[in-house]
Design a protein around this ligand. Structure first.
Ligand code: GLU
Length: 415
C-alpha cells in the first residue's frame, strides 16, 4: 500500500506549485510559512497500551494520537481501530482533518488517533479495557479545549462513552466535551450517526447541476459500514437508484436499483451481501469500474489508483472515505473530465455535527435533529459552491479548490 502521508504531501505540494505561493509573496511570506508548518504535525504521540486479556495474559497494543495543527481551534478528529493502522496513515488522516475543518469553516484544528488492532478479535470487555487504556495513556493531551477525538473506522458511540468516562474519572471534567460521537444517552448529538452520509448528500445536492449530473442518478457505493449504508439509504429516499454496493468481501449489482432497507436486514441475517435476491455478485474491483452517474467510495483509502483510474466509468466521484483516490489517479480522472468531490468537503458533515455536539456539551444544550440538519445544510452547500468557484478560477480540480479555500482560512488566523 502507498504511504498515505506521502500522498497527502504530494497533494499539498501540488497546491504550492500551482499557486506559486512563494513567488507571489516573497520567500518568507505568510504562505510559505504556512506550507512549511503544514509539512509535519505539531506532535505525534505513540503509546503502549497494556490490556489484560480475558484469558489472563497481558497484551500490549500500539496506540497513536497525531495533533497536526490547532491554528483554528482544538485538535479534532477520529480514532481508528484497524490491524493495518500505522503512524503514517494516522498522520495523513490528521492532516486532512486540519483542512476539512477549515473547508467548512468550523473553529477546530486537526488531529487523528488510532490503535493497531483487529477489534473483531477482541471480546467486548477487552475492547473496553483497550479503549480506556487509550484514554488513560493520552489523558494529559486530550481535553475539551485541547484535543477532541471522535469515531472513525471500527470505533463506535459506545467506545466514545468509555473514553469520555475514563477521561472524566482522571480529570474530573464532566462536560463530555472531550470527545464527540457519543450515544444520545451519553451526551451525543441528534443526527451525528448519519451526519457524514447526510452531509455527503447536501454536498452532492449543491453540485449536482453544476457538474452536469442527471436528475435521477445511478449511484454505486463502495462500503456498507455506517457511512456506506446510510448514504445508500439517503440517496434511495431522494429518488436516486443505488445500482451496486459492496462491503470488504465484495458486492452486488442490480441495474434496476437495490432495496437498501431489505439489504440491511439480509446482511444482518446472512452476514454478507452475496446472493441477495434479484442481484448479481461482483468483486470490489468490478464495482469501482461499473458504469454509473455517481461513484461513492465510502470504505478505505487508496481505492482509485493508477491501476484502475483509467477504467472508471462514473460521471463523478463523491469521496465519503478519507483518501480513497491517489494523487496519480486524481490527475487521470481530471484528464478524463470526471470531477472528484474531495473527501475534505464531501465527508465533512461528520466533523461538523461533532462540532455541534461539542458546542451543545459546553453550553449544556440539546438540539433537535431538525435544528442540527438545518444548521448543517447551508454550511455544506456554501462550502461546496465556494470550492467550485475556487477550482474554476484557478482552472483546477475540486480537491485543489478545497485545499486553496482551507489554506486561506488557516492563513488568515495564523500569526
Ligand atoms: N472520523 C470522521 C472524519 O474523518 C469524523 C471526525 C470527527 O467527528 O471529529 O471526518
Amino acid at each position: 500500500m502507498q504511504n498515505l502521508f506521502q500522498n497527502a504531501m504530494v497533494q499539498l505540494d501540488k497546491v504550492v506549485q500551482m499557486k506559486n505561493f512563494s513567488r507571489e509573496d516573497g520567500p518568507v511570506s505568510g504562505w510559505s510559512e504556512l506550507i512549511t508548518r503544514l509539512q509535519q504535525p505539531d506532535r505525534d504521540i505513540r503509546i503502549s497500551i497494556p490490556v489484560k486479556m480475558d484469558d489472563g495474559t497481558l497484551k500490549i497494543f500500539e496506540g497513536y494520537r497525531v495533533e497536526y495543527n490547532n491554528t483554528l481551534g482544538p485538535y479534532k478528529g477520529g480514532i481508528r481501530y484497524h490491524p493495518e493502522t500505522e503512524i503514517n496513515e494516522v498522520k495523513a488522516l490528521a492532516f486532512w482533518m486540519v483542512l476539512k475543518c477549515a473547508v467548512v469553516g468550523i473553529p477546530m484544528g486537526g488531529g487523528k488517533g488510532g490503535v493497531t488492532v483487529d477489534p473483531k478479535k477482541l471480546s467486548k470487555n477487552e475492547l473496553e479495557r483497550l479503549s480506556r487504556g487509550w484514554a488513560r495513556g493520552l489523558s494529559d493531551v486530550l481535553g475539551p479545549h485541547k484535543d477532541v477525538p471522535a469515531p472513525d473506522v471500527n470505533t463506535t458511540p459506545e467506545i466514545m462513552t468509555w473514553i469520555a468516562d475514563e477521561y472524566s474519572k482522571i480529570t474530573g471534567d464532566t462536560t463530555g466535551a472531550v470527545i464527540t460521537g457519543k450515544p444520545l444517552s451519553g451526551g451525543g448529538s441528534e443526527g451525528r450517526d448519519t451526519s457524514t452520509a447526510q452531509g455527503g448528500f447536501y454536498v452532492f445536492d449543491a453540485l449536482q447541476k453544476e457538474l452536469g449530473l442527471p436528475e435521477v442518478c445511478r449511484v454505486v457505493v463502495q462500503g456498507f459500514g455506517n457511512v456506506g449504508s446510510n448514504v445508500a439509504e439517503i440517496f434511495t429516499q431522494r429518488g436516486h437508484k443505488v445500482a451496486a454496493i459492496s462491503d470488504s468481501k465484495g458486492g452486488i449489482y442490480n441495474n434496476e436499483g437495490l432495496n437498501i432497507e431489505k439489504l440491511l436486514e439480509y446482511k444482518k441475517t446472512t452476514g454478507s451481501l452475496f446472493d441477495f435476491p434479484g442481484s448479481r455478485n461482483i468483486t470490489n474491483e468490478e464495482l469501482l469500474k461499473t458504469e454509473c452517474d455517481l461513484l461513492i467510495p465510502a470504505a478505505f483509502e487508496n481505492q482509485i489508483t493508477v491501476e484502475n483510474a483509467s477504467e472508471i466509468k462514473a460521471k463523478a466521484v463523491l469521496e465519503l472515505a478519507n483518501g480513497p483516490t491517489t494523487p496519480e489517479a486524481d490527475e487521470i480522472l481530471f484528464k478524463k473530465n470526471i470531477p472528484v468531490i474531495p473527501d475534505i468537503l464531501a465527508n465533512s458533515g461528520g466533523v461538523t455535527v461533532s462540532y455541534f455536539e461539542w458546542v451543545q456539551n459546553l453550553k449544556n444544550e440539546h438540539w433537535s435533529e431538525k435544528e442540527v440538519f438545518e444548521k448543517l445544510e447551508p454550511m455544506l452547500k456554501n462550502a461546496s459552491l465556494e470550492i467550485l468557484e475556487k477550482a474554476h478560477k484557478s482552472n483546477t480540480h475540486l480537491r485543489m479548490g478545497a485545499f486553496i479555500r482551507a489554506l486561506e482560512r488557516i492563513k488568515e488566523k495564523m500569526v
